[in-house]
Design a protein. Structure first.
Length: 584
């Protein structure tokens, strides 16, 4: 049986040839130092290394429209890596979450999967239920890491462009030579290979081999991954098929239990964040323990406060701009509605959801040296239901889309709101100090009428008048602005933005739907100081630049604008001190 606690075997990793030239000395020793994988138990242990130990979350979260630049250079609460992510620059700074570490971590996982597949063949092939299950897991792991790398370091899949867009090397065998040379295939080729591995892996799944299935590609996780893959691959019928397999007949029974989190202490985010990633939470299909400092950035500290989700975005585009917003124009009530934390002072301004716990792995007790870690919910029930809702909406099945969206709302929103005399809803959980209040029911059901009302309450987003609705320019679906379908998709994208806050997924939705991002410098007095940049659909910078070590080893770089200094056409677009308007 595979357990979470199995230790990784230190073996030859084919991907190291893709990482950096400085690996040569290490590679020179490998032919004599390999560990022979000659037992099923060793294959099991090896597959614990087939999951990435590094996370892309901060890389893509800070690149998305979930963040602003607060107070510019006067705000010292940032690091160079975060600024490079925010400005869509080449990542040159060292960090646990930088591009090189993400590249290395995912190719190392691919290498472990490839070695497991070869070792299964050397054991005589997948001749038992356990070996077939292990082969299926290895294929799913290989498909998953390639999928993540393709969507990070390449432009999004497009039927019009992906045959010529640069992909990433798709590695299917353990590397046996030093300094191998790799070419970059097309994005279309990568997707074809991912699909091949995915389908074979799905056919071999066996949940019975896992003692702790939430740390492995169990069937619910695998079907949810398939629904994401086909969503990005623009095949909505298959999204519906696989999301339904993940969710079963009663998707509401798999949604997250927020009542447990609500009963936890309110003095800090850690207990609720730990519950969010708990293996006991039924909504968590696949959990990835990773080396990361993200907990500092997405909890209530000043760390990373310059580039983060602030209350301007929270008010204008997220929590205060939903179809459920009470009629009272004062928006503070939404803090109870969405159970978020607002950390505000002279040095930081963050709107946060408790998702990112902090753990420390001590490797030297004498010197207290170790690694900062967190746990990422890589695949979950909420994603499966929102993926299916989007597929229904794309195919015009709006009633079914609304039904799935309401499964999500009944989980994410409380069934009652706390109403305070005087017209305000109580702040929760940080400011829970009002005693004169009463409860009233909250209608969580989305209808086409309610969505149209919300849709027409707001104009489309402009950087000086931010709104939750943004112009959509997908090249894979014809949308008419103001149509029922567009209204439902606008609302669905808002739901996805709320659900995946601090998880890095918004960046991929921005790419898929051709949403333009504006970079604004804003001060703490609610003034727009200037626009510094913009990013439109298929801007080359939507493909994160390959690490310089990889390019130095001969892999072709991603294209960049001919003159990157010329992309800042929006600099000084607005007069200094122009006030952002939040209401129409």
């Amino acid at each position: 049986m595979i357990t979470k606690m199995n230790k990784s075997l230190y073996i030859s990793l084919c991907a190291l040839g893709l990482l950096c030239v400085s690996c040569n000395d290490f590679l020179d020793a490998l032919p004599d130092d390999r560990i022979e994988i000659d037992k099923v138990e060793k294959v099991e242990a090896l597959l614990t290394s087939a999951y990435p130990s590094d996370t892309y979350v901060r890389l893509t979260e800070l690149a998305s429209d979930n963040v602003d630049d607060i107070n510019g250079d006067q705000n010292g609460n940032y690091d160079k890596f975060s600024e490079q992510c925010y400005r869509w620059q080449e990542i040159t700074e060292g960090d646990n979450e930088n591009a090189a570490m993400v590249w290395q971590g995912h190719y190392a996982a691919i290498a472990a999967a490839n070695q497991a597949l070869q070792s299964i063949d050397e054991l005589g092939g997948a001749t038992t239920d356990e070996l077939r299950g292990l082969r299926g897991e290895a294929l799913l792991c290989r498909a998953y890491s390639h999928f993540i790398l393709t969507n990070l370091f390449c432009l999004n899949y497009s039927k019009q462009h992906s045959d010529s867009d640069l992909g990433i090397p798709y590695i299917t065998e353990p590397e046996s030579t030093l300094n191998p040379h790799y070419e970059r295939p097309s994005v279309a080729y990568d997707y074809q290979m991912i699909e091949k591995d995915l389908l074979e892996g799905l056919s071999l799944m066996n949940d019975a081999i896992y003692e702790n299935p939430r740390y492995h590609f169990n069937s619910k996780a695998a079907y949810t991954f398939a629904s994401r893959f086909y969503l990005f691959y623009q095949q909505p019928d298959k999204v519906i098929t696989y999301a339904t397999k993940a969710l079963g007949d009663h998707p509401e029974s798999l949604m997250r239990d927020y009542d447990i989190m609500q009963s936890m202490p309110t003095d800090n985010m850690q207990p609720r964040a730990m519950q969010y990633v708990s293996e006991g939470e039924q909504a968590n299909f696949l959990l990835l323990p990773v080396i990361s400092n993200d907990a500092y950035y997405f909890q209530g500290t000043a760390t990373g406060a310059r580039f983060n989700t602030n209350h301007y975005i929270g008010q204008a585009e997220l929590f205060f701009a939903t179809p459920w917003r009470p009629e009272n124009p004062q928006a503070a009530e939404s803090q109870y509605l969405f159970r978020f934390y607002w950390f505000y002072s002279q040095v930081h301004d963050k709107f946060l959801l408790p998702k990112t716990p902090y753990y420390f792995e001590e490797v030297n007790p004498n010197n207290h040296i170790g690694y900062n870690r967190t746990v990422v919910v890589a695949l979950k029930a909420e994603e499966a239901v929102l993926n299916r809702a989007e597929a229904y909406a794309v195919t015009g099945q709006l009633d079914k889309a609304l039904a799935d969206m309401n499964v999500w709302t009944h989980s994410f929103l409380p069934d009652t709101l706390t109403y305070v005399s005087g017209g305000h809803y109580v702040f929760d959980p940080v400011f829970e100090y009002v005693v004169d209040y009463s409860q009233e029911a909250l209608n969580r059901d989305l209808t086409l009428e309610l969505i149209h009302k919300w849709h027409h309450t707001y104009d489309y987003y402009t950087p000086d008048r931010p709104m939750p609705r943004k112009h959509l320019h997908p090249d894979w679906i014809n949308l008419t602005e103001g149509s029922d379908q567009e209204c439902v998709l606008q609302c669905l994208l808002l739901l996805r933005r709320l659900e995946f806050l601090h998880e890095g997924m918004r960046w991929f939705d921005v790419k898929r739907y051709g949403i333009t991002i504006y970079r604004r410098e804003i001060n703490s007095a609610l003034n727009l100081l200037t626009l510094t940049d913009t990013l439109e659909y298929r801007d080359p910078r939507q493909a994160i630049q390959l690490p310089f070590e990889v390019r130095g080893a001969g892999l072709q770089a991603n294209p960049r604008p001919a003159d990157e200094s010329a992309v800042n056409e929006y600099r000084d677009w607005a007069p200094k001190g122009e006030i952002i308007e939040f209401k129409k």
